[in-house]
Design a protein. Sequence first.
Length: 232
Amino acid sequence: MREWTSTAGTKLTASAIGVERGAVSFKAADGRSISVPLDKLAEADRALLTEHFELNKPSSSGSEQAADLAHPLGKIVGDIEATSDSHYHVYLPKSLKAGRKAPLLFFTNAGGGKPANIELMKVGSELCGWIVASCVESRNANPGGLAGNHRHTKDCLEHIFPTLPVDEERVYFTGGSGGGATSMYNASLLDHAGVICCIGYIPESVPSGGFYLFINGATDYNRTPSAHWRSE
C-alpha cells in the first residue's frame, strides 16, 4: 500500500495488483478496485511499476509479441495485391501475441479504402488486439454495386486468411454509409461474428446470426432505413 500520483497531480493510496493492456489494476485503501491507464501516472510511478511487474521482459507464458509475420507490427501496409484487381491495406497491432490468432475487423468505405481509414482505428486495434484491414476497390462508385464490392472483399479475405494469424470465426465487418451497407451485404454471404454498421443502410440481403451494432446520428441521411429495418 502506497501513494500513487497521476500526471495531473491527483493522489491515490492503493496497492498495485497488476498491469494488463496498458492499464494498472489498483486495490484502494477503502477496498475499491480501480483501473488507471499506465500513461496517466507520474513518470516515477510508471518506472516503479515497469520494474516491479517486469513489463519490458518477454513472458514465458505465451504472451510474447508476435514475430516473423508477413507484415511489420504497428505499421499500416498497402496496397497489398490480393488478386490483379483487388487490393487492401492492413494493420497488425503491436499488441499481437505470438502463437495466438486475432479477430479481424474488415472495413469498407463509401469512397474506397485508404490508409487514413485505418489510421482512425489504430488505438482501438492496439487496445483490443484486433487486426484491421480495408479493401481499396470497395466503393459506392463500383459499377458492380454491392455484388462487385463483395467480390473484392472475398478476394481480400481469401488472401488474408492463409497469410495472417486471423481467427476466421471472429471476422467482423464494418463501414460507413455505403460502406456500412456493403458490410451488411458481406455478412449476408460470408461467415462472420458480427457487423458494426456506421451511418449505414440495410440492403435487401440481410445476414442472420452474429452481433450487430448500428451507429447513426439524429440527422444522418441513412438513419430512417436503418431504424425501419430494426423495427421489423
